[in-house]
Design a protein. Structure first.
Length: 317
């Protein structure tokens, strides 16, 4: 089913959620309910993204007086008649306006995206209109919507997000099969062939995807392997996103992940011999621009030997 085939009841639910989350004081359990609604159907994500994009671009809806709906119950789409009765005429008019705009949206405007891609060893800093900032590591790809500064997508690589929190309009990040919703936050996201991980330095992030719903607090790092197994660890908040300070801090990570991080961060090519595959490492790596210094440090800290394979290196026993 395409975006243009999203049913009216789903769009209506998305509008209701959008209105509810605009309230000044959103209860924490509302975010959990919202995440569970997103998880019920992939089309819920598409519908909500379309609603928020339309809200941002149309602008004029904000002048409509909104009634209080803090006690609004949210039911399944098959309870449509009862659900409509929960709203006053003002909210119904607002929802109807949204629904009309959403239905016409494909005809009015095609979404435009901005893609930022980096090569290994290159970093980029992006300042967003809402005051948020994204620092992008090497060998990474981030996609933004100029029309919606509260949206980002990390297709690959690594980025750290410094978010200007707005409870009524949370910042969302899509990456792989996961959706992240900020709750007042600085967080680092990594999406690689080896794993998906998110570490929260400040505030909290709600993660949804693949039947997972996790509220990640500051000082936590969630790592999800490609087989779906997940590990949640404690860490010092200052140890999250340290690649921006030319450091890599680890706690029992596979050597494969460490080498991928070094390759991405400084732009060299290191491979691993089968004889050391699966080893784990804890400690701090200082990123060096000089390849010989970087390789020498890895040899010492990892207790390995580096073979010069031109144009890269191979780590072995």
């Amino acid at each position: 089913m395409s975006k243009d085939q999203i049913s009216d009841p789903i769009i209506d639910q998305a509008v209701q959620w959008h209105i509810r989350l605009q309230e000044a004081d959103v209860a924490p359990e509302a975010w959990t309910d919202f995440a569970q609604w997103l998880e019920q159907d992939a089309l819920h994500n598409l519908a909500y993204d379309r609603v928020t994009a339309t809200d941002h671009d149309l602008g004029s809806w904000a002048a409509v007086q909104k009634p209080s709906i803090e006690n609004l119950p949210l039911e399944a789409a098959n309870d449509e008649p009862a659900r409509r009765s929960w709203f006053g005429y003002g909210a119904m008019g607002l929802a109807a306006s949204f629904l009309l705009a959403i239905l016409l949206w494909p005809q009015l405007s095609a979404p435009e995206f901005r893609t930022i891609s980096t090569v290994p060893g290159q970093t980029e800093i992006v300042e967003l209109e809402d005051g948020s900032r994204i620092e992008i590591n090497g060998d990474s790809k981030v996609v933004l919507k100029p029309a919606d500064p509260r949206y980002a997508r990390l297709d690959r690589g690594e980025a750290i997000f410094y978010v200007e929190h707005d409870a009524r309009n949370p910042f969302t990040v899509l990456s792989g099969n996961y959706k992240l919703v900020d709750r007042g936050t600085i967080f680092n996201v990594k999406n690689t062939e080896q794993e998906f991980s998110i570490g929260v330095s400040e505030g909290a992030v709600l993660l949804t995807g693949k039947q997972k719903l996790v509220d990640i607090q500051a000082g936590k790092v969630l790592t999800i392997a490609k087989d779906g197994s997940a590990v949640l660890k404690n860490t010092e908040p200052a140890n999250i996103g340290t690649w921006t300070k030319r450091q890599l801090v680890y706690d029992l990570v596979p050597i494969e992940s460490l080498v991928a991080d070094v390759n991405r961060s400084i732009g060299i090519s290191i491979t691993i011999d089968r004889s050391i595959a699966g080893r784990q490492f804890s400690g701090t790596i200082q990123l060096q621009d000089d390849p010989d210094q970087m390789i020498g440090q890895l040899e010492q800290l990892l207790d390995v030997t580096a073979q010069d394979t031109k144009p890269g290196w191979r780590l072995t026993r």
